[in-house]
Design a protein around this ligand. Structure first.
Ligand code: FAD
Length: 289
């Protein structure tokens, strides 16, 4: 099995842009809690073709000013190169240095792909327009992207993003460690040597997790599903079990050489912080191996 050992470990937390002033206030509290752990960066999601785009921009610029580097997610599906250019310029003017570059998914009913069809086109576009200004993150799928023609094609398509200029990748969440290390092994044999950081989804709820995982192609292993199902409405037991399972998974990922962790916080501090503290990440020196 491969370890991504030559890389400095890095830790990040992902938010979504809140819809309401109350949501923004809550995010501020969550941000303040997480900022105490001094992560390497925050990131904020972006809705392809949707009305959340303005909220992403405002949230990113606001959080970035508060001292911890904040990266916008940026998707190209349904977008024009003109709006992408404006956004890149705006982020650069606000001293944003990292972007998570994605194809995105169009809301149902919205048909047009836009000028850039896949994430590799967006990475190429960002490099052409902004040179080396941005550190570009792309998405990786250890359990393969649900729309991929097949697993081999998906790996080839991942390589296109790296060849276009991506600096590092964040994975879709997974609960099967072997899928991550197999993915890392496979892409390294293809000559890819960027850090591939596991995306971590804390488990706090049964039905939402199953619904979301079905949509994005992440597999919840049967033993986890069955155990969560057995807890029914007992939220405390779900959270306790989820925390144990995900902490142990992160521990093994880091022990075996994963170059950091990226937490999908869903704008909640506690689940990610509990895992962080269980792993004693604040005590750990993030050194280059
Ligand atoms: P791509 O890399 O373009 O891949 C999409 C599909 O097309 C794959 O099946 C791939 O195999 C295939 N493909 C890729 N390139 C080619 C090519 N050149 N020719 C033919 N086929 C190709 N979604 C949001 O809407 N907003 C977000 O903020 C957001 N953040 C995310 C963050 C992370 C870390 C991850 C893992 C996902 C995120 N997503 C987000 C979800 C993501 O947008 C979807 O999974 C989307 O379906 C694919 O985006 P991508 O960038 O991986 O696409």
């Amino acid at each position: 099995m491969n370890s991504q050992r030559p890389f400095k470990q890095r830790y990040s937390f992902e938010f979504f842009p809140p819809k309401t002033p109350a949501g923004m206030e809550k995010l501020q509290t969550v941000r303040d809690e997480l900022a105490k752990r001094n992560p390497d960066f925050f990131s904020v999601t972006y809705g392809a073709g949707g009305s959340t785009q303005e909220r992403t921009i405002n949230t990113v610029v606001n959080l970035h000013k508060q001292g911890i580097s904040t990266a916008p997610h940026l998707s190209c599906i349904g977008a024009t190169t003109e709006t992408l250019t404006e956004l890149l310029d705006l982020y650069k003017a606000n001293d944003i240095q990292r972007i998570v570059a994605l194809r995105g998914d169009l809301p149902s009913g919205m048909g047009a792909h836009g000028e850039l069809r896949y994430a590799n086109d967006l990475v190429e576009f960002i490099r052409k327009h902004s040179g080396d200004h941005f550190n570009i993150e792309v998405a990786a799928y250890p359990e393969f992207h649900p729309q991929a023609a097949n697993a081999e094609q998906d790996l080839i398509n991942f390589k296109r993003k790296v060849d276009a200029g991506a600096n590092s990748a964040i994975t879709q969440y997974f609960y099967n460690i072997d899928s991550y290390f197999y993915f890392v092994d496979r892409v390294e044999t293809m000559g890819i040597d960027i850090p591939i950081v596991p995306g971590i989804m804390p488990i706090t709820n049964y039905s939402n997790l199953i619904r979301f995982s079905d949509m994005c192609g992440a597999e919840v292993p049967r033993w986890i599903r069955k155990q969560l199902e057995a807890y029914g409405d007992d939220i405390e037991s779900i959270k306790k079990f989820g925390e144990e399972v995900v902490t142990e998974m992160c521990e093994r990922l880091l022990d075996e050489g994963a170059p950091g962790l990226h937490f999908y916080t869903l704008n909640q501090a506690e689940p990610s912080l509990n895992i962080w503290d269980n792993l004693s990440l604040s005590d750990q020196e993030k050194i280059a191996f």
